[in-house]
Write a protein that binds this ligand. Structure first.
Ligand code: 89Y
Length: 350
C-alpha cells in the first residue's frame, strides 16, 4: 500500500515525537516540514532526513502534493491553518486543543465539512496503555455499573521548562490538560449533562489558572470529578504525566495508580496488573506514557483517512477523535471556564 504523503506544520517541542511516532507506521510518510522560524524546521529536517522545508504554509500547500497535513503549532494558528488546507480539500489532523474558543472550533468543523475535507483532532491521552486497560476492565463489567469517578492530573512537574509558552496562556490548565482529561471522562463514561468548575492560580509568574476542580454530571447519572493542578511542588507521589483514576461501581472499584498499575477490587479480592506503555527508543522517558500513545492515536486517524485522493472518500475505519467528536470535549473545556467565571454550573447540549 502506498504511504499517504503528509506535511508536518510546526516544529516545536511536540513535533519530534509526533514525527517519530509516524515513523512507526508504514502507511504515512512525512514529505515536508513547515515552521515560521525556518531554522527550527531545518534542524528537525536534518534529524529526520526531510529536505523539503518551508516557512510559509501557503507556499507549502501550493507546491507539495499532500494527502494530509498534521498541524502541531500553537493553538492560535490551528484555525487559519485548518482553513488553508481544507480549502484545498486536504485532510487535516490538528493537535489539541482544537481552537482558542468554542465558536472558532465550531467554525473549523463547519468549514472542513463544507469543503469535504476530513478533519481530525490528535487527542492521544485516551490511547494510553493504562487508560485502555481501565476501559476494558469497565467494559467487561468487572465492577458493575460505575456510579462515581475521580480523574486526577495533579503534578509538580516543571512543565514550563519544556513548554514555556504555557506560562503565557490566559487559559492554561483546562485547555492544556483539561482537554485531555475531560476527553477521558467522555471516553470512559459517556457525555455530560452539566459542568461546574472552580479555578485558582498558585504560580505567581504565569498568566492562567494552574489549579482546577471540575464536577461533571453525566447523562448516565454518574458524578465525575476532574482535579487538575501544576502547583504543589514537591508531591510525595509525583506521577507526571500519568492520569490517576478511581472508579466506584455497584460491585467493586477500579483504580489506576502511579506506575501504570490497575487494581480491580471485588468481593473476591484485589486483582493487580500493570499496563505500562510499549517502549520506544525515541520517547522521552519522562513522558513515556504520553509519547507512546501517539502511535495508536495516529494509527486510528490514519485508518480513517481517504486513500484514493478524492474527498470525501472514506477511509477504512471511523476515527475516534473526529472534529465532530472533539467538539464535545471543547464544549466541556469552555463550559468549565464559563462556570468558573459565573460560579454556577453550566448545562451542556444533548
Ligand atoms: O501539553 C501537555 C500535553 O498535551 O500533555 C502533557 C503536556 O505536555 C504538559 O501539560
Amino acid at each position: 500500500m502506498k504511504p499517504l504523503r503528509f506535511a508536518l506544520v510546526g516544529t516545536g517541542f511536540w513535533s519530534r515525537y509526533q514525527l517519530a511516532a509516524w515513523r512507526e507506521l508504514p502507511g504515512a510518510e512525512c514529505v515536508a516540514l513547515c515552521n515560521r522560524t525556518r531554522l527550527k524546521a531545518e534542524a528537525l529536517g536534518r534529524e529526520f532526513g526531510i529536505t523539503a522545508i518551508y516557512d510559509d504554509s501557503e507556499e507549502l500547500l501550493a507546491r507539495e502534493k499532500l494527502d494530509f497535513v498534521d498541524i502541531v503549532t500553537d493553538v492560535a494558528t490551528h484555525a487559519p491553518l485548518t482553513r488553508l488546507a481544507a480549502a484545498r480539500q486536504i485532510a487535516v489532523i490538528c493537535q489539541k486543543p482544537m481552537a482558542t474558543t468554542l465558536r472558532e472550533a465550531e467554525a473549523m468543523v463547519r468549514f472542513t465539512r463544507e469543503r469535504n475535507a476530513p478533519f481530525f483532532v490528535h487527542e492521544n491521552f485516551r490511547w494510553q496503555a493504562p487508560i485502555r486497560a481501565l476501559a476494558a476492565e469497565l467494559k467487561r463489567g468487572a465492577i458493575g455499573r460505575p456510579f462515581r469517578a475521580r480523574i486526577d492530573f495533579v503534578s509538580g512537574f516543571p512543565v514550563f521548562e519544556n513548554q514555556p509558552f504555557l506560562a503565557g496562556l490566559e487559559q492554561f490548565i483546562i485547555t492544556d490538560v483539561g482537554s485531555h482529561t475531560l476527553d477521558l471522562a467522555r471516553f470512559l463514561f459517556g457525555e455530560a449533562r452539566s459542568i461546574y468548575c472552580r479555578t485558582q492560580r498558585v504560580h505567581k509568574n504565569i498568566k492562567g489558572e494552574d489549579v482546577a476542580t471540575i464536577i461533571l454530571e453525566m447523562h448516565n447519572g454518574m458524578h465525575v470529578t476532574v482535579n487538575l493542578a501544576y502547583a504543589a511542588n514537591p508531591l510525595e507521589r509525583e506521577a507526571f504525566p500519568e492520569t490517576l483514576i478511581f472508579v466506584e461501581g455497584e460491585t467493586g472499584s477500579a483504580e489506576l495508580s502511579p506506575g501504570c498499575v490497575l487494581r480491580t477490587t471485588t468481593k473476591r479480592g484485589t486483582l493487580v496488573h500493570r499496563a505500562p506503555p510499549p517502549f520506544y527508543a525515541w520517547a522521552d522517558p519522562r513522558y513515556a506514557v504520553v509519547h507512546a500513545s501517539i502511535v495508536p492515536c495516529n494509527a486510528n486517524l490514519l485508518a480513517a483517512l481517504p486513500r484514493d485522493g478524492t474527498a470525501p472518500a472514506k477511509g477504512t475505519a471511523v476515527a475516534e477523535t473526529t472534529g465532530d467528536d472533539n467538539l464535545r470535549t471543547v464544549r466541556l473545556v469552555f463550559g468549565a471556564y464559563a462556570s468558573a467565571a459565573s460560579g454556577k454550573p453550566v448545562s451542556l447540549p444533548e
